[in-house]
Design a protein around this ligand. Structure first.
Ligand code: SF4
Length: 307
């Protein structure tokens, strides 16, 4: 069988080991050297171009169904749980908590839940919206496991590595939010970022009020492609008297976007985190669809005031 292997950056160092194992079984094996950001970003074009019978995507669970032959090999990591006793002190005023984590640590969720229950907490595990596949699992774009229980809990606890995942959940919830980061050996309350990101969003909206040309980003990645939304945005922008065009790429290069001087603002329809995490990488404001709607609403109000 002709097989293409795809690894996220953190696992690329193991690519040759897996390739050799599959070759020993008589397969013809290729390794994708492109960056990948999740199972929303399968190397389907490369698979087609080399005529591969199968793509094996390591490190992530299925994001959504594709018709191609794709096998997902999630990667589980045992995170140290030594910080859990210490976290009881910072959580002492919060009786009902939710716990969320990533696919890498989802196998530890039950034991973390049990720990808190044994120490008198009521623990709720929320349901994802659909892109994440396990209760309690979050993705940068699926924070349902936290948001679905936000009204019922006193606080949220993220157990796992990095800030990328909890940040998305933080911005879509309202309760105190604690990060237990076992690899950096730290416990942090991160609520302050809600206000920081709200101000950043407001700043982008104010800058975009002067925009005349709008570039709408559409990614060709399997799980990020949203041409319908782009068409709706283009129509709304044009109805408001702006010039709008749809810009297509697999991975957007921010230098190339910055070279497109006719656009004074960009609107993201791809990974929702692009318009949160990458806003300092473009010359012009990089808005979400909702932020553009706010720009159009404010523009309308300003025009009405001037009449
Ligand atoms: S957050 Fe972005 S990169 Fe991650 S799975 Fe969702 S769409 Fe893909």
């Amino acid at each position: 069988m002709r097989i293409l292997l795809q690894f996220p950056e953190g696992l690329k160092q193991e690519a040759m080991k897996h390739a050799k194992e599959l070759e020993k079984q008589g397969n013809e094996v290729f390794i994708s050297a492109s960056p990948t950001f999740g199972a929303c970003d399968l190397a389907l074009d490369e698979m087609r171009n080399i005529g591969a019978d199968k793509l094996i995507h390591f490190g992530h669970a299925e994001f959504h169904h594709v018709k191609e032959n794709v096998e997902y090999v999630p990667y589980f990591v045992d995170a140290p749980t030594t910080l859990l006793p210490e976290s009881l002190e910072v959580l002492k005023d919060h009786n009902t908590i939710s716990i969320v984590t990533t696919i890498q640590h989802i196998h530890q969720l039950d034991s973390v839940k049990r720990f808190y229950e044994e120490h008198g907490k009521r623990v709720m595990i929320g349901k994802p919206y659909g892109f994440a596949k396990n209760n309690g699992q979050i993705l940068g774009c699926d924070i349902g496991s936290a948001a679905s229980v936000d009204k019922d809990v006193d606080a949220h606890v993220y157990f796992g590595g990095g800030m990328f995942h909890p940040l998305g959940a933080l911005l879509n919830t309202t309760k105190p939010f604690f990060v237990i980061e076992p690899f950096e050996n730290k416990i942090e309350r991160i609520d302050k970022y809600r206000e920081i990101y709200r101000k950043r969003s407001k700043g982008k909206i104010m800058r975009a009020l002067k925009a005349k040309g709008i570039g709408i980003l559409v990614s060709t990645k399997n799980g990020q492609h949203n041409m319908n939304l782009a068409n709706i945005i283009k129509k709304k922008a044009e109805e408001a008297g702006l010039s709008a065009e749809i810009l297509v790429a697999n991975t957007f290069d921010f230098m190339s976007l910055s070279n497109m001087l006719e656009f004074d603002a960009f609107v993201n329809t791809a990974c929702p985190r692009v318009s949160i995490d990458d806003i300092e990488r473009t010359r012009a404001p990089l808005l979400s669809a909702n932020e553009l709607m706010e720009v159009l609403r404010m523009k309308k109000e300003l025009i009405a005031l001037q009449k």
